[in-house]
Design a protein around this ligand. Structure first.
Ligand SMILES: [Zn+2]
Ligand SMILES: [Zn+2]
Length: 326
């Protein structure tokens, strides 16, 4: 696609010498202003994005205490349940299985809908989330793994990483497939818009009780449910596959995260849209993906070679032999 005329008009080669020298002067004066002006120095010394998100994360917990003033009603409780469910779908089917692992395909419009839904869980944008998660898989339970309770600590893996400088940026080299969508880049930058819209909707539907239960309590619950995949699922549970990391299957986490608790299965075969390999391993996110495929919202759902995965021989430690199937 050719560049629009206005962009060329601002290009250096197309710019007359007179304007170039004027522009150069303005840039020089601005640089001098930057280094001498006290207000500018204060503005550029504003807290990092990490500090802002970590403060917001803490304040969301404090806001839940307002429940003692607002009380509770049936609509507020219903809002809490529905929002929690939708936030988890956005994170598990959207941020995790679609954006991080590309476990299925979809249209550009529904891709944006999934990104928006994931954003409502207040866990920053889809590109940042996918970059962080891909880093977890590349460095699982090594000192480089920001989310490892084995190589670091339980606190660090659960919430400590929120306050860590290592969680600040986005490694763009690992999310090139997502960066080519301007609408995703926009949402990744303005990741606070969907949660704010959700909070406003909850307030409109049921006043202060709706806001506290429907937004703050549901968000804090979905945060800790998601974070348990990092912490609990690398410490407690069964290891049917002898993967190189400490990932484990945990029934309770699978229950509250719509299937993400089958984490050892997932580390063994990361690209599979299905994480509950056995019939009794409840995986609500996968059932929803199948439903979305049935109504043609998504397609090319990637499946694990189930017969191969279930036919492994137990090792001495009681786990199955783990041949990399990713
Ligand atoms: Zn993991
Ligand atoms: Zn994953």
């Amino acid at each position: 696609m050719s560049k629009p005329a206005w962009s060329n008009a601002l290009g250096r080669s197309a710019m007359p010498v007179f304007f170039r020298s004027r522009l150069g002067g303005i840039v020089t004066r601005l640089s001098a202003f930057k280094s001498t002006n006290r207000i500018f120095r204060m503005a550029t010394a504003l807290p990092s994005l990490r500090f802002v998100t970590a403060t917001a994360f803490g304040l969301m917990h404090v806001a839940c205490l307002a429940v003692f003033f607002t009380g509770v009603d049936w609509l507020a409780l219903t809002l809490c349940g529905v929002v929690y469910f939708l936030q988890m779908v956005g994170i598990t089917a959207g941020y995790h299985r679609y954006f991080s692992h590309r476990a299925f395909k979809t249209s550009r419009v529904f891709q944006f809908a999934l990104a928006w839904l994931g954003c409502t869980a207040s866990q920053r944008g889809p590109i940042w989330w996918a970059a962080q998660h891909r880093h977890h898989h590349r460095t699982s339970d090594t000192p480089e793994d920001l989310h490892s309770p084995v190589a670091r600590s339980l606190w660090q893996s659960h919430v400590g990483w929120v306050f860590s400088s290592e969680s600040d940026g986005t490694d763009e080299h690992v999310v090139k497939d997502l960066l080519r969508y301007p609408e995703l880049r926009w949402l990744d930058y303005f990741y606070w818009v969907p949660p704010l819209a959700l909070a406003g909707l909850c307030y409109l539907l049921d006043g202060w009780a709706g806001l506290i239960w429907g937004f703050f309590i549901s968000s804090v619950l979905s945060h800790h449910a998601t974070f348990m995949v990092n912490s609990v699922c690398h410490l407690w549970g069964r290891r049917p596959y002898a993967t190189a990391d400490a990932s484990r299957n945990n029934f309770f986490v699978a229950l509250v995260t719509l299937g993400e608790g089958w984490h050892n299965n997932h580390h063994h075969h990361q690209s599979s849209a299905r994480q509950g390999f056995r019939w009794w391993q409840m995986d609500v996110s996968y059932y929803l993906i199948r439903l979305m495929a049935f109504v043609r919202l998504v397609y090319d759902v990637r499946k694990a070679p189930m017969a191969k995965l279930l036919a492994g021989r137990p090792t001495e430690a009681g786990t199955m032999e783990s041949s990399k199937t990713v």
